[in-house]
Write a protein that binds this ligand. Structure first.
Ligand code: FAD
Length: 484
């Protein structure tokens, strides 16, 4: 022990972190902390990147679990669906960026924090237990749906890159259907696009798709523009609460000028077989129904022993440590982003929580990573405090609405702010360059308006030309059957 102290003391003065390394290596008592990150989205990816920069390998080993091989930059989904950005450039490949972390491709199905283990279901094969010292729970949110007849069968959500690609292909495919059919009812149904929910996800998706369709119509002389029917259904009496009442009202006026049918104070009641029934009594048919009416914390959280609030979100302290109802900290458990209830220390109301937004998620991720590093090194974590600076919404090419630090911006400047803000936020220089190149090409060459619908049924063409043959009978199969 004396020898170890003598060896360690001179290093302490030069680099305190090295002291711990030599101490650990020599005495062999303190092992690297195992940090498990559940979900590699806005919170998970940023936290993993920062932790792997802040902590040395001997201090912590970081494991990230996600069923997807990439992080999706969700604010770019509308532009991706519209064809302004390649879908591949809207996602960040995990293995390429998280070289200093272990990446597990699988789903965390449950967490037993009392034993500090998470159950991970890999893509194929049996589930496995992954033990940890610290866990960062960040599976985000899922679409909040309602029990509406036909919704499950007819509608599509708008939270994943798969949904964005599907929506793009299916909208463009409907133009081909409408241009070729001789049946007016089929044509009307194909050209009716319904979006339910007027938050930024819904409004941006609707505005970008309408912009794309209007651009595509130059190649469809058979379809007059006034036959295309975009409908927004919103239960509240305003849209885009994120940019404030005035900019929300401005957006309604702008979208109405583009012939978009805005139904405020209206609910979707049914959409069985694509027959849309609204609470204002209207009834019409639509092939495309997009559900963007809010999110709720990921249901996986129900299979954990972590404390949650009435909405199902994990309760957190401002330090992003999970907290019990009696205000005691759940040691080693951390959360942030859409699945977490994090107090908003900038609000006057002491019960106010941070909104589910990328703006909070990425900043919470940095604070969370710094706090884990602090705790690993025996220091005190610091509170997360960020005043929401406002929001920017892209409404199609050269169109936008924003309210930033209370300043209202509209039209081209807002659109420009939307693009520059998100370009600065998408992780990695690699992605920023790719997105910038996509935008430049699209401005010069016009966007692609071709449907790749066969992406969704890739084996169809091959199976059509392949003879079905009876499967060979396995040796012994008959015997087994006879024995049974
Ligand atoms: C279309 C759209 C536009 C948006 N635009 C904006 C905007 O302009 N500005 C803004 O501030 N916010 C915007 N948002 C909201 C923002 O994207 C979210 O608030 C943010 O993504 C939340 O980050 P997160 O890390 O909590 O969740 P996510 O980024 O959703 O990440 C969750 C991750 O967890 C993974 N996961 C899920 N379940 C499991 C499991 N069981 N095991 C392991 N991994 C799991 C998922 O695959 C995913 O990678 C938008 C959202 C959408 C859908």
């Amino acid at each position: 022990m004396v020898a170890v102290t003598a060896l360690v003391t001179p290093v302490t003065c030069l680099w305190p972190d090295c002291l711990r390394a030599i101490d650990v290596a020599s005495v062999g008592r303190v092992a690297a902390k195992r940090i498990l990150i559940v979900g590699a989205g806005h919170v998970g990816l940023y936290a993993a990147l920062r932790l792997s920069k802040k902590l040395h390998l001997h201090e912590a080993e970081v494991t990230v679990v996600d069923p997807q091989p990439h992080m999706t930059y969700q604010p770019f989904l509308p532009e991706s669906a519209a064809g302004n950005i390649s879908p591949r450039h809207t996602v960040v490949p995990l293995r390429r960026e998280l070289k200093r972390c272990h990446v597990l491709s699988g789903t965390v199905t449950s967490i037993e924090h009392a034993r500090k283990v998470a159950i991970v279901q890999p893509i194929i094969g049996p589930a496995r237990e992954v033990p940890y010292d610290h866990i960062v729970v960040a599976p985000g949110s899922v679409s909040r749906t309602l029990p509406i007849p036909g919704l499950r069968e007819q509608a599509v959500g708008f939270k994943t890159i798969g949904e964005a690609i599907f929506l793009r292909n299916s909208v463009l495919d409907r133009l081909d259907v409408a241009a070729t059919t001789s049946d007016p009812a089929t044509r009307r149904r194909a050209l009716t696009f319904v979006f339910v929910g007027g938050g930024y996800a819904g409004i941006e998706a609707l505005a970008e798709m309408e912009d794309m369709v209007r651009g595509a119509l130059r190649y469809y002389p058979e379809i007059p523009a006034d036959e295309v029917h975009f409908v927004l259904v919103e239960a509240a009496n305003r849209i885009l609460p994120e940019v404030g009442a005035e900019m929300g009202a401005y957006t309604v006026v702008q979208l109405t000028k583009r012939n978009i049918d805005i139904r405020l104070g209206t609910r979707l009641e049914s959409c069985v077989d694509g027959v849309v029934e609204l609470s204002d009594g209207d009834r019409f048919e639509a092939d495309t129904i997009v559900w963007t009416a809010g999110v709720k914390p990921h249901p996986m959280l129900e299979d954990t022993d972590l404390p949650r609030n009435s909405r199902g979100a994990i309760t957190c302290k401002p330090t992003l440590q999970v907290v019990n109802p009696d205000s005691t900290v759940v040691e080693g458990a951390w959360s942030a982003g859409d699945c977490a209830a994090v107090p908003d220390l900038t609000a006057e109301d002491p019960a106010a929580l941070c909104s589910p937004s990328a703006q909070h998620a990425v900043r919470q991720a940095s604070r969370l990573a710094d706090n884990i590093a602090a705790v690993v090194r025996g220091r005190t974590p610091v509170d997360y405090k960020h005043r929401h600076v406002g929001s920017v919404a892209g409404l199609g090419l050269y169109k936008g609405a924003a309210r930033v630090y209370g300043v209202k911006v509209r039209g081209v400047p807002a659109w420009f702010m939307h693009r520059t803000y998100h370009l600065s936020r998408i992780p990695t220089l690699n992605r920023k360059i790719r997105v910038l190149v996509d935008w430049t090409l699209q401005l010069v060459l016009r966007r692609e308006v071709v449907a790749l619908g066969s992406l969704h049924e890739p084996r169809e063409a091959f199976t059509e030309v392949t003879q079905p043959i009876p499967l060979p009978v396995r040796a012994g199969a008959g015997t087994e059957r006879r024995a049974a």
